[in-house]
Design a protein. Sequence first.
Lengths: 110, 297
Amino acid sequence: MIPAIGLAIGVAIALVFKPAVPDWMQPYLPIAVVAALDAVFGAVRALLQGMFDDRVFVVSFLGNVLVAALIVFLGDQLGVGAQLSTGVVVVFGIRIFSNVAAIRRTLFKA
Amino acid sequence: MRASPRATRRLAHRPAGVVDRSPSADDTTSMLGIALSGIAVDGYADAARERRRAGTTVPPRRSRLTLLVGVAVLGLLMTLAAVHTMADKPEVAAEQSALVDQVREQTSETDRLSARNDRLTATVAGLRAHQLANTSAGAVRRAQLATLGTLAGATAATGPGLQITVDDANPASRPDLEPDPAGRILDIDLQHLVNGLWTAGAEAISINGQRLTATTAIRAAGKAITVDYRPLARPYVVQAVGDPKALQAGFTASAGGDWMLNLKATYSIVLDVRTESSMTLSAGNPVLRYAQPLRSK
């Protein structure tokens, strides 16, 4: 229930206030979203396995987003931004897949 | 909420798919496996282990506010990213269509100017012929000019000749067939074809209405073939002015003819040779560039 309300609040803020994303931040937004998705799937998996801990969730969520953005930022400074973005997406993609696989096994026992 | 026994058991038996770090897996561990072994670190399981070690099975009291704020930030982030991506799309599309418009505009401007150039060239030729017609020496010059102009591609050429239509294998008329990339006509094919026609004694050649001169380049730009840096659209119609019989015989015997017939036999490209009793090839515009000696200061 709380997650649904939180999500609704976040979406509403974004849609109603349309906060301007600073230009320097824009390249990192999609990467941050992928990192956030990883945290979300990890949380759903933990929830289904009865291990959910919201401190872990919030820390991993914020940590993921910040570290992902930081890596891409560093990459941009070093001239390998695009490649590092790909790397970040691949790593989070693998994590998301393995989490979804665990969720699937828990739900469908298959 | 208590950590359920099932969850604990699950922890002991890591599900397949999560990278197994037990020694028994070492035999089959690949480079990729080593690289990915750290990826599936599960913070929740670690936290649960930590709690178990501390002797409590009850997770710490949940901070609803933290969760609420965390999820709200998540929603905000995702919506912002989505909104931005959507907002950028029309902008990109508009820029692209503006560029396309610009290209079209410039192309039609080029067409207009080249038509004007053709008209002026014709006027100049007419005036020159008129002037030269007055004297007998002029008449000789006039005949020379006509021959050389045709060969150089500077004046329009009229006469009987060959019309060769070339197209990729399986053209649009047969969309039921898979297009074969090997059956695509390349710039080198047209080069061979044209060279074959020159060898066969063609006086003037044009491709899709573009007259070939001594300075015309047949080249590829991406997937398109360009003649004089102007892209051609399929099918490629090559017209050659000359004695049709001699042209046909000469072309078939030439290396270029051999090349094209080979392509037809191997990749079944479209190659249609017809004789025409009369056709007119428009003038090309041979641009001469003169070398200049370097001036030393």
